[in-house]
Ligand binder design. Structure first.
Ligand SMILES: Nc1ncnc2c1ncn2[C@@H]1O[C@H](COP(=O)(O)OP(=O)(O)OP(=O)(O)O)[C@@H](O)[C@H]1O
Length: 255
C-alpha cells in the first residue's frame, strides 16, 4: 500500500507568512480530516498534496519519492482526487466519466475491458447513481455530480484518497453513505485525507485530524487529542457546546 508524507511542507498561500511546516505521514488504514475556517488553506494544501501546485518549500513524498519527480500517470495510479472544480470540457455520460477512473491503468490507445466496465458499474451502484449511467453529467444535480465524482475515484481504486469536502452538496443520507464508504476503504488498507467543514463528521469518522489556522499555524494528531472544544473555538472563532453520543463528541455552535 502507498504512503503519503510531507517533509517540512509550507504551502504557498499568497500574502501569508510561512506558519508551521507540516511534517506528517498518512498511513494505510487512516482517515484524516483537515479542518479550518474559510481561507485557511485547506484546498491549497490538497492541491499541493496532489502535485497540482508547487509548495513554497519542503516536499510531498509518495512512497518516499518526491511527488515533483514522479510522472503524472504514476501518481494517478496511487492518488485519487475528489476536488471541487470539475471540467466539463466535452459532453460525457455518467458511465463514461466513471470509466475515466481506469485510464491511469490503460495504455494510450487501449480500450476499457469488461472488468473495467464492471468496476465502473459497481462503483455507480455503490454511490446510488447507476440509474443515471447514460445521462450527461452536465444535466445532473450538484449532489448527483458529487456522487459521480466519488464513484469515479472508487472505480480508480487508489491507495490514497485526497478529497476536498467530499460531502459537499450531499443530503444527510448520502453524507453518511460516503463516510461509510471511505471507512470501508480504510478498512481495506487505503488511506483517506479529506477536508471537512462538519466537525461532527470528523469526530465520528476520522482517525486523525489536522487543524489549519488562517495564519498558517497548524497542529495534527489522533482525533481524540485534536477535537477539544478550546482548540476548535479558537480555530473557528465560534463558541461551541459539546455533548457526547455513542462515544463520540458532538459539537453544536452557540450564540
Ligand atoms: N490564485 C490566488 N491568488 C490570490 N489568493 C489566492 C489564490 N488562491 C488562493 N488564494 C487565497 O489563499 C487562501 C487559501 O485559500 P484556500 O482555497 O486554500 O482556502 P480554504 O481553506 O480551502 O477555504 P474554504 O473553506 O473557503 O474552501 C485564501 O485566502 C484565498 O483567497
Amino acid at each position: 500500500m502507498s504512503q503519503l508524507r510531507t517533509a517540512d511542507l509550507i504551502i504557498d498561500v499568497p500574502d501569508r507568512a510561512d506558519g508551521r511546516a507540516l511534517s506528517l505521514q498518512v498511513e494505510p488504514g487512516q482517515i484524516w480530516g483537515v479542518l479550518g475556517p474559510n481561507g485557511a488553506g485547506k484546498t491549497t494544501l490538497m492541491h499541493t498534496l496532489a502535485g497540482l501546485r508547487a509548495p513554497r518549500s519542503g516536499a510531498v513524498l509518495l512512497d518516499d519519492q518526491p511527488l515533483a519527480e514522479q510522472k503524472r500517470r504514476t501518481i494517478a495510479r496511487h492518488l485519487g482526487l475528489v476536488f471541487q472544480e470539475r471540467q466539463d470540457g466535452f459532453p460525457a455520460t455518467v458511465l463514461e466519466t466513471a470509466l475515466i477512473g481506469r485510464h491511469p491503468f490503460l495504455s494510450s490507445w487501449q480500450m476499457e475491458s469488461a472488468d473495467d466496465l464492471k468496476l465502473a458499474q459497481q462503483a455507480l451502484s455503490r454511490l446510488d447513481v447507476a440509474h443515471l449511467a447514460s445521462r450527461l453529467v452536465s444535466t445532473l444535480s450538484g449532489g448527483e455530480r458529487q456522487r459521480v465524482a466519488i464513484a469515479t475515484v472508487l472505480t480508480q481504486s487508489p491507495a490514497i484518497w485526497l478529497a476536498d469536502e467530499p460531502t459537499n452538496h450531499l443530503d444527510l443520507h448520502h453524507q453518511i453513505a460516503v463516510m461509510e464508504l471511505l471507512t470501508e476503504e480504510a478498512g481495506h488498507g487505503k488511506a483517506v485525507f479529506m477536508c471537512l467543514h462538519d466537525l461532527n463528521l470528523a469526530a465520528r469518522w476520522c482517525s486523525h485530524v489536522l487543524l489549519l489556522y488562517p495564519d498558517g499555524e497548524a497542529c495534527w494528531g489522533p482525533v481524540e487529542r485534536m477535537l477539544v472544544p478550546d482548540a476548535l473555538e479558537r480555530l473557528y472563532g465560534q463558541r461551541l457546546a459539546t455533548t457526547e453520543l455513542d462515544g463520540a463528541p458532538v459539537f453544536v455552535p452557540v450564540r
